[in-house]
Write a protein that binds this ligand. Sequence first.
Ligand code: NAG
Ligand code: NAG
Ligand code: NAG
Length: 478
Amino acid sequence: ATCYVCYIHFISEALGSQHQHIRIKKNQPSSATKFRLYTNTTEEGCLILFDHLETLDKCSFNTSLPLVMIVHGWSVDGMLEGWIWKMVAALKSQHKQTNVIIADWLTLAHQHYPIAAQNTRHIGQEIAGFLEWLEESVQFSRSNVHLIGYSLGAHVSGFAGSYISGTNKIGRITGLDPAGPLFEGMSPTDRLSPDDANFVDAIHTFTQQHMGLSVGIKQPVAHFDFYPNGGTFQPGCHIMHMYNHIAQYGITGITQTVKCAHERSVHLFIDSLLHDDKQSMAYWCNDIHTFDKGMCLSCRKNRCNTLGYNIRKERLQINRRLFLKTRAHAPFKVYHYQFKIHFINEIQEKQVEPTFTVSLTGTKEDAENLPITLVEGITGNKTYSFLITLDIDIGELMMIKFKWEGTAVWENIWDTVQTIIPWTKGNRRPGLIVKTIRVKAGETQQNYYYYVCSFKTCVEAPARLDSVLVNSGISMVG
Ligand SMILES: *[C@@H]1O[C@H](CO)[C@@H](O)[C@H](O)[C@H]1NC(C)=O
Ligand SMILES: *[C@@H]1O[C@H](CO)[C@@H](O)[C@H](O)[C@H]1NC(C)=O
Ligand SMILES: *[C@@H]1O[C@H](CO)[C@@H](O)[C@H](O)[C@H]1NC(C)=O
């Protein structure tokens, strides 16, 4: 079993025992949230005290700059997690013209999960109160506020947005893998929802279910909900990597593994701040299976958007679920391509399941021998679509080469067929023919059409010729 299971066990045990542990705290301290303003990344942060105007000056809060407030999640050890400093540093390095505040609610987050979850509402109210105070005392507009909440912090941010008085809303809320247990399936007023700010985005990275629960919320909660790699689990987070983590961090490496997929949402966001030239693009799609066939790479009518800080803040009538693939490490960006290949399987009664590799030649770089396995066998005369992702920017696609694996399979088919069908016309062997190839590049929205040539003979003349396919075994035409 992988260790996210431990994490879920921990949560579900806590949920199971909630009757013993939940006590409504009647006498909350006046402010359970500490607002720490970060002027640089190494110090403790300068404490801004609600209703103490002088602390704004003392901490050099600059009212003419926007405010980003980071809201952490459930705390297992009562300490701020390491990602927070990385996030602060990233915000400061790329967008120095920003006030960065950490909303530290550790005392109420370092509790059994159900209690911490219940406390999110209260902390949300405190943050709303703090923002109202900024508005009344120094005319700092809430529309200049961006709340970034991780896990339970995402729902805290949602509550802040819904409790703030008046009709105007907070500028933006970003939910980083918003917590699932006790929030999944709840009404919009009981969790982060698109109503909570002028613009709400969310990144879902750990929605894999175990015992009916998932760490991150599965349902959409924002205007744009991003599901990297389908949102269930993340590359590089498998148990095998735990040994590397242990080597790197000692025994706390186990915790690193538990958090890996959940915290990936944070690192994707940080990555968007640090790599301006490597912004990850995500695409609207019904589900990951359709996306995995490469069928959702369109950007028409707001169908795609940029993941992270630099998202296009378009408010649509309906929520958009966006999908993308990523690498296992930063920079996380990959380049998405849809391949649409029209195959003709001349051996009508036989389904073939080819495994092949494809090599791409671009204007900037090449990508060699990418393995492709079609999810369904090829029958008859039909177009198949699949997704290919590249770590590198190859530029304009110039040429594609295919290579079949296991030609022995074809020989066998040929032998079988030969015994059944007596040939009359020449010596042409029936087989699999690649008729047309169309490629769509998600990142550039370029469409490419290819001639398919086999042994110097081009099978079909497509509508437009951008390039020529050169290969040595593209079809079984003998
Ligand atoms: C952060 O600020 C403190 C005091 O303002 C200063 O001593 C320290 O050198 C600063 N650190 C960096 C990395 O700028
Ligand atoms: C606040 O930010 C503005 C805009 O960057 C800048 O012009 C101004 O000097 C800053 N004020 C202080 C007190 O640092
Ligand atoms: C494949 O199907 C198309 C239309 O569906 C048809 O025009 C064409 O003749 C078929 N080709 C073969 C080789 O069966």
